[in-house]
Design a protein around this ligand. Sequence first.
Ligand code: FRU
Length: 480
Amino acid sequence: SLYNEPYRPHIHFTPESQWMNDPNGMVYYEGEYHLFYQYHPHGKTWGPMHWGHAVSVDMYQWKHLPIAMEPDSLGMIFSGSAVVDWHDTTGFFNGSHGLVALYTSADGDFQQQSIAFSKDKGRTWHKYEGNPVIPNPGIKDFRDPKVFWHEASKKWIMVLAAGQEIMFYRSSDLKTWEYTSKFGENQGAHGGVWECPDLFQLPVANSDKTKWVLEVDVQAGAAAGGSGGQYFIGQFDGKEFVNEAPKENVLWVDYGKDFYAAQSFSDMPDSRRVWLAWMSNWQYANEVPTHPWRSAMSLPREVSLTEGEDGKIKLLQQPASEIKGLINKEFINSTVQLSHVEKILCLQPDAPFSLTFKMKTDDLSRVAFSFYNSGTTNGCNLVIDKEAGEITFDREKMKMSHFHKDFPAKTSAPFDTEKVYLKIEAIVDRGSVEIFINDGEQTLTNLVLPEGESFSISGASNNGELEVDCKGHSFISIWK
Ligand code: FRU
């Protein structure tokens, strides 16, 4: 298969070569999912930003396309979104429809919002001659427009990051924008500037409610240190977002170090909401030792809301169900009795796979699973600590982790110790481990840099015999 370099993921999107960061312009249109991305075609570190481009029919198997947009007289092409202008509100499409991209023109720290349109399914783009559509109002960090059609008010809505706040705008034609409100003071985490917001409405399972989710990335001081995502749950009336969760409560999107700038697809063909994120962290992104490319995207994750028995609304993230189409073969489906260190299985390190552990919460005290060279100095561990109510992923001991001081880290997510079962799914690809706890109530996403020939998993429980249901299957590669 293509792309066999060390750490080249098999089921996660990567550019063929050079630097990538945020996902941009994600939209479904005429049978194709589009993924654009922050791209530097002339180097393996962040530089003059272009929009790279790929398309897919299932959100997993991508086809690379030529660069969509290059820097121009207004500056670099920073992050943004894309929509389908079904009713030609822009007048760009002669009464038909097409794609409109909304992005930030960045001349260094001077940032403004611009638009471009495509009449050929995203293959070629024309920048609007009236750019910028939102000139810089004197705010230094003013970027990352995410736009959607708000049916109730019959307007396009733009959510924009401005310093450490979110600004809301609205428009009838995507060209003229009216500022309506801002959000963020004394709300959520403020360890750094806010970036790459997203806003969408979701039904709440187990109830008849609907809520709005506002996702906001914070460049520093996130759950696991460095950059990460937070979200708010509340209401949006077309002008203003009202947070309904306690103000002081920070809700983290992911508890690992490598899940940033998540963006959801616009115009999904069904009622699902699916996002994916850049799988890195600004602390060390420019130095991760991969060649000839740098950075991968997370798996596409379906996002949903559910109401727990305590009346609390939870956000769940699950790999988009199309992942079933990548399943190669089942390699384990059995119950393992854990006590002292026990080898559970040994695999070829090359094939990506999913492994699910399920155990009774009652029987748990402290359990450790080691991945890769188990138990030695070069593996990583997943430790479940019931007393602390935490699941920790530890990549500290991996030799290759030490290329940067912030990479060797232990990251922890809380879990619900009141539930009868604890279920953990780990999706392991070359270069990363994504962990979904209790069907995605919490997630832990981390890059890993293993060395060595075999991938083995062993487990140990310090509470006598522990019964663990293990299910696992491998995946085919998305690169053929
Ligand atoms: C987030 C970000 C965005 C910006 C882009 C530049 O990772 O800093 O705010 O638009 O990257 O590449």
